[in-house]
Design a protein around this ligand. Sequence first.
Ligand code: KG4
Ligand code: ZN
Length: 383
Amino acid sequence: MPDTHILGIESSCDETGAAVVRSGEKILSNVVFSQIATHQPYGGVVPELASREHLRAIVPVVRKALADAGQTYESLDAIAVTQGPGLAGALLVGISYAKALAFALEKPLIAVNHLEGHIHAVLLEERQKGNHEVKFPVLALVVSGGHTHLYLAEQRGDGWSYENIGHTRDDAAGEAFDKVAKLLGLGYPGGPVIDRLSAHGDPHTVKFGPSQIKHRDRNDRGKPRDANPRFDFSYSGIKTAVLRYVETHNLKVAVEERRRALSAIAKPKVDDYLSVCDRETLGLVASFQRAVVEDLVEKTLVAARAYDVATLFVTGGVAANQELRTTFENRAAQEGLPVFFPSRPLSTDNAAMIAAAAYPKWLSRDFAPMDFSADAGLQLQQL
Ligand code: KG4
Ligand code: ZN
C-alpha cells in the first residue's frame, strides 16, 4: 500500500489547525494557531470573533503545515476537515476552505467528526510509537471544553463504530474548569491554571457533597440492572457550589483584586498566580479539581467494568490535566486495564487528529459530497 498524505483542517472552536499525516500513523506537520489572546478579555470564546480569527489564520496555517511537512498541494491525496460538533460559524471557515482546495486540486474531501478526531489522536500516537496492539473493545473518555462523553469504540474492517454510553447532562468538565477559574478571577482558559495551582493547595479544604458532583442515575440503587447501563456526568452543581463558597466565605473582594492584578500581566506565570491566591483559595481550587477528577475516573472505571472493555482512552483538552492522568494511571493499573492518553499537544484541539481519523475513511472511500455543510450538534454514529 503506497503512502497516503492527508491534509487535516480543524476550526471547530478557538484553534485554527492544519496538519499533514502519513497513512494515519505519522505526523509530518501539526500547526495550531490559538486564539486565546483574542478571547481572554471576555473570559470565554466569543463565536463571532472566533470565525473572524479563523478566516485570518486559515491560509497561513495551511501553508505552514504543507511547508513543515515538505508537501505541496499537488502531493496531497485528500483534504479532511472537521464537520462538527462545534461553533457553526467557526466550522464553516474550515469547511469552505477545505472545499475550495478539494475542488481546485480535484482531490477527495473527507468530513470528520471532531470527537472521532480526539479518539484517533490516541491511536495516531500509539501507532507512531510502534504500538499496533491496542486491544478492543476500547472505552474512550472524551473530556474537553465542550464534551464529557464516554464511547465504546470498535474497529470493523477499515471503518470504526462508536456507541455513546454516557455524556454530561449539563456542563462539560472543561467548561466547569473554565467557569470556576473565571469566578475566582483566574482568567481564561481555566483548566491549565487550575491544574498548576492545585498542586499548591490542600484538596481536603472543601468537601463537595454527592449531589454537587454526581448525576443522580448513579444513586438509583436497587433498580433492576439495565442491560445497557448509562454513565452520565453533571458538573454544573459543583460550579454553583464553588460560587456559593465564594459568597458565603466573603471572598468576592479578594476575587476582584485578583482579577485586576492578573489582567495587568500579559502572560501570568505560576508565581504571579500564587502571589494573588491565599491558602483558602488554593485549597478551594485543589478541592474542586480533586472532586472532578475523582468523578471522571470513578465513573469511567465503573463503566469499563460494566462493559468489560480491554483498553481505556482518555482524550480531549482536560486529558492534559496532570492529576487526571496520574489518578487514571494508578486506578487503571489496579484494575489491570491499559490506559492511553495523547501527548499534551494532541490532547487539546489540533488537526493531526482530524487527518488521522480521516485515514480509515480514505481507505473505504468514504468521501464527503461537495454540498455537505457544518453540523454544530453532530453526533458520533451508533453501533
Ligand atoms: O479539546 P479542547 O482543546 O477544545 C474543545 O474541544 O473543547 O479543550 C479545551 C478545554 C478547556 O475547557 C480547557 O480549560 C481544558 O480543555 N483544559 C484543561 C487543561 N488544559 C486544557 N483542563 C484541565 N487541565 C488542563 N491541564
Ligand atoms: Zn476538542
